[in-house]
Design a protein around this ligand. Sequence first.
Ligand code: PLP
Length: 450
Amino acid sequence: MVERTKYILDEADMPTRWYNVIPDLPEPPPPPLHPGTREPVGPDDLAPLFPQALIAQEVTTDRYVDIPEQVLEVYRLWRPSPLFRARRLEKALGTPARIYYKYEGVSPVGSHKPNTAAPQAFYNAAEGVTRLTTETGAGQWGSALAFACATFGLECEVWQVRASYDQKPYRKLMMETFGATVHPSPSELTESGRAILAADPASTGSLGIAISEAVEQAAQAENTRYALGSVLNHVLLHQTIIGEEALKQFELAGDTPDVLIGCTGGGSNFGGLAFPFLREKLAGRMDPVIRAVEPAACPSLTRGRYAYDFGDTAGLTPLLKMHTLGHDFIPDPIHAGGLRYHGMSPLISHIYELGLIDAIAIGQEDCFAAGVRFARAEGIIPAPEPTHALAACIQEALRCKETGEEKVILTALCGHAHLDLPAYGAYLAGDMVDNALPDSALEKSLAGLP
Ligand SMILES: *Cc1c(COP(=O)(O)O)cnc(C)c1O
């Protein structure tokens, strides 16, 4: 019998519902609060920013939400995505562990982000919205939303963190090819941007600043709403298509994961893969260890405070109870741009507090070493973000080599690095520094919590 490398689902077997983990948790996550009153925000508070359908999904207690046919049709451009067995990596490591990875780099923009960009564009268009604003760091989310807006006939306006705008022209060109308008952030176009530039004309920006600019625009302009690519419940809900597919693929493989590992920036690719497995764990049908991996330079889960904080720098968003480094924290310019966010999804934070997942932080040099090792064995060059998950996966596989355990490891390979190759260039040239967050910088930014 041929040893299988890929487990592929037929399009007809693609899941048709997203999974909402909240009703299966022992208690629900704390609600977002209005910054003025400190009362839970209602749907009316969110209506200037999001369409009603997404506000409803943000607070739903239904366990499953049907995926609209128009969204399934877009998903079928690249889904179901493959589950790989990393046989060549296993051999290279000499581990008895069985390693699997769920690969989201097959999407049009090369990451998991279109899984939520497509439904967000669909629901906005269905409610008569004509334009979406958003922020982007390295450009993965901006290009996903630009693609989704092209698909559903919406205008798309993106504030891109200045450092990436200057250093990574290809993502910008991808967004423009899909028809989006891209501004560097901070910009002169918004009050929040002008305030930052007045204080520091050379500001290279941050995700928190870019969010402020995009939110401000959406709140002011006609028929315009805002779209967020991570952190919120509805985003994590949309990403659960990843884990639902992976469960079916594990059935095909006749295997069950003992350890599930994903990288966390705002938590969406991790939650998307992990939540359907967490459902199985809570129901007693399997018992995987579920592990989040974050950069040592931006360690919100492992070193942040679990507190109410703003999602953006200017303080325009509701207060979210989450693991946070403080909303004016500006992380070192590490290469995994998608992991440079001061906070963590409130849902992931809550699940972490409940003790249902664990978390570790790894420095970027070790991560790129893992990325290169993976690329040389499996042929896919991982995006800088999932190298964090792969580094943890290799750690686990090497532990198995010592103990002889035949653990089954599943990891989220949420994107490829074809537009992030300069990061590999820096690693290969020996120019990469491990910049763990100093205690003093953390104390300073935590002091600014509202
Ligand atoms: C955006 C992004 C991330 C970080 O976001 P999460 O919401 O934590 O998934 C990680 N990896 C890739 C490839 C990304 O594009």
